[in-house]
Design a protein around this ligand. Sequence first.
Ligand code: MEV
Length: 438
Amino acid sequence: MTQPISGFSKLSKEEKIDWITTNYTQNAAQSKKILQTYWNQNDSIQQLHDEFIENTITNLYVPQGIAPNFLINDSLYAIPMAIEESSVIAAASKAAKFWLKKGGFKTKILGTEKVGQVHFIYKGAPNKLNSFFTYLKPILLADSASLTSSMEKRGGGITDIILKNKTNELAHYFQLHATFETKDAMGANFINSCLEQFAATLKKEAASFEGFSAQEKDIEIVMSILSNYVPNCTVRAEVSCPVEELKLTTELTPQHTAEKIVQAIKIAHVEPYRAVTHNKGIMNGIDAVVLATGNDFRAIEAGVHAYACRNGQYSSLTHAAIENGIFTFWIELPLALGTVGGLTNLHPLVKLNLEMLQRPSAEELMQIIAVAGLAQNFAAISSLVTTGIQKGHMKMHLLNILNQLGANENEKATLVDYFKTNPVTHHGVELQLNEIRK
Ligand code: MEV
């Protein structure tokens, strides 16, 4: 059995690779080669990647594509998307094209409030803590002035701090619940620095507050951290058209198609098993753009799914309605994003992707990404209620199957042609490949 290792992070990259490939792979030489294949040929770019994280040994490529023809508030966008799933970009492009001729997507920012909390334990009378907080609040703001000055110059800063009594949920548990405006920055570092300052001020001021007993003075800070739940940092994106223009298939009338879409959305509102898959499809579009623009997709995922169950049950992020002959389809979701700071200033490809999107502000990026999610959901639901998902999905997956089976370029071309008019299954592709190899 391999022994634990200490000081791994201090080894050179080569030593790390030697260690991992020798101890955890069958063929160290071959494994090393694979790792090296994915190194960037440009040393300075590779070094940049090496320094993003600890213990870098290689890069994991994810393909990046472009979904063109997105008309958003009358401006035309080509959206970069980084994703490994075959059908996502094709679906986004198809939805973009469909809505292009129907006025495109309309979007609106509903809020941009970020949140952070200092969680602390106070063993004393809540009314005394309230009086202390009235005294404390201006000092919290004054003590963090040096941290907030440059954010304030950009129009952001701390928007409020409130004291929350959480003792009904957990004994002696209180919070400073702070809200922030962080403009074009996602703001995690800014928020966390402010919170840690609040915590230090809280602790120090409590220790000398005359109204407190010795026990009350001894506030314990448990932790200070931003929240990725941002229900007031939300965006809405919408498409609409007269029902008769909803021509997605020859098998259903536009009216029937619209009704089936509305029914599918209603199902995702009441049935969590469906809602999770429904929202997963939305996140296919969202995460792909979040990743391409250097934003934190885990933060987005966590916040979005929490929002999806804000009413007590996990539910659909999208909505659909038919009213007075007009079909409307929309999404509302929280997106805390940045277009400055973090990877956005560091990763050359991320910078280029932001340029392709015309250097959006954080608010503009929220709107673009909400649209990508809505488009993805429209494409998925349109397929699901008409032809089913597999036809399009397997067509896109065909090249993956052919690559898995080791098909050469000629064989691929022949079979891509063959499967234009035949249903794609793994077994079917295998049979057909054997057939042409005979
Ligand atoms: C697959 O990645 C996403 C879908 O399952 C979404 C959906 O069912 O709505 C097609």
